[in-house]
Design a protein around this ligand. Structure first.
Ligand code: FPP
Ligand code: MG
Length: 327
């Protein structure tokens, strides 16, 4: 994983366990042990913590240290992300996430709504109490973006005429917004001026797009062992993603138009093999290389900052790691 290179900067290496502590405290702060057990279990199961690394490195680059408020902000962003995944798993009917059974599979759909809600509410409370009203407002705005991005996805399910731009609009909201708000909070916690905040937030928005496009590519091209779930789930669920839409042949589009909702496993395997034999991987990787460059170029200038170098290298490092996950 590229992010294992991050803790080579001592200030980041020291901050990440503090983020974990704050996530655990927030996720297990209900009066009801059963809520703590579900929210705590998902957050303890890890994840890449990419949003935290970006936020902490951003604050470190701009402030010369990792302010306590940035540690709290990272925990809030991760808790909000995890809460959105609880809802996402419910919508997907997913049974496993990060190697643990999902809340909907284990406890049921209604409780999964409630556990997700609890996590979102706690993230907002912590931001208001321990960072600032501005931080709480920004996080709440990100929640509305996530919801709208997800709604756009739902509206386009099984639509073979969904445009690649339509898919981009959805992922800019459902994923880009949270990376972006992490960067806004990084700048806020470092008391950075407005133009610096704007540039760092552009970096976050681009990084979020890059992350989601690669996530979508791996859904089509990785292996069940590496993904921790079957490949092709997006197509099974009718989510026709940006990399898919850009590389479908007319024949493949017709197959989805005719059989999309009833696509059998053999047909899906044939479609995935056809996509692999066509331009899917090289075209998506080329698009992502360009996007990774744009992401790095959005960064504000901070002379001599090691943390800024980390942020500059991270998009390509993440892209290279994703390419290594293609089966
Ligand atoms: C995972 O992506 C899901 C998201 C990035 C956003 C989910 C957002 C919602 C469910 C809206 C409600 C959110 C809140 C905050 C109330 P994916 O489904 O592409 O990835 P996966 O393969 O990991 O499921
Ligand atoms: Mg999903």
């Amino acid at each position: 994983m590229p992010i294992t290179t991050m803790p080579t900067i001592p200030a980041l290496a020291n901050a990440l366990p503090r983020v974990e502590d704050e996530i655990r405290q927030l996720a297990t702060s209900s009066r009801l042990p059963i809520v703590n057990s579900f929210a705590g279990r998902l957050t303890a199961a890890g994840g890449k913590r990419l949003r935290s690394v970006v936020l902490l490195a951003g604050s470190l680059a701009l402030a010369g240290e990792v302010p306590d408020r940035a540690v709290t902000a990272a925990a809030c962003v991760e808790l909000l992300h995890a809460g959105s995944l609880v809802h996402d798993d419910l919508m997907d009917g997913a049974v496993e996430r990060r190697g643990v059974r999902t809340v909907n599979a284990e406890w049921g759909p209604g409780p999964a709504v409630l556990v997700g809600d609890f996590m979102l509410a706690r993230a907002s409370q912590a931001a208001l109490a321990s960072i600032s009203p501005f931080a709480a407002e920004q996080l709440a705005a990100a929640v509305t973006d996530l919801v709208e991005g997800q709604v756009l996805e739902v509206l386009d399910l099984y639509d073979v005429h969904r445009s690649p731009d339509g898919a981009l609009r959805s992922i800019a909201l459902k994923t880009g917004a949270l990376f972006r708000v992490g960067c806004v909070l990084a700048a806020h916690c470092a008391s950075a001026p407005e133009e610096v905040t704007t540039r760092l937030s552009e970096y976050g928005a681009h990084f979020g797009l890059l992350f989601q496009i690669l996530d979508d590519l791996l859904d089509l091209t990785s292996s069940a062992e590496r993904l921790g779930k079957p490949v092709g789930n997006d197509i099974r669920q009718g989510v026709y993603t940006f990399p898919l839409l850009r590389s479908l042949t007319e024949g493949q589009r017709e197959l989805l138009a005719e059989r999309g909702r009833d696509l059998g496993e053999t047909e899906l395997a044939g479609l995935l093999a056809g996509l692999r034999a066509g331009g899917l991987v090289p075209e998506t990787v080329a698009y992502c290389r360009n996007l990774a460059d744009q992401t790095a170029q959005a960064l504000p200038e901070v002379p001599g900052s090691e943390a800024l170098d980390v942020l500059r290298r991270l998009p390509v490092a993440y892209l290279d790691w994703a390419v290594s996950q293609i089966a």
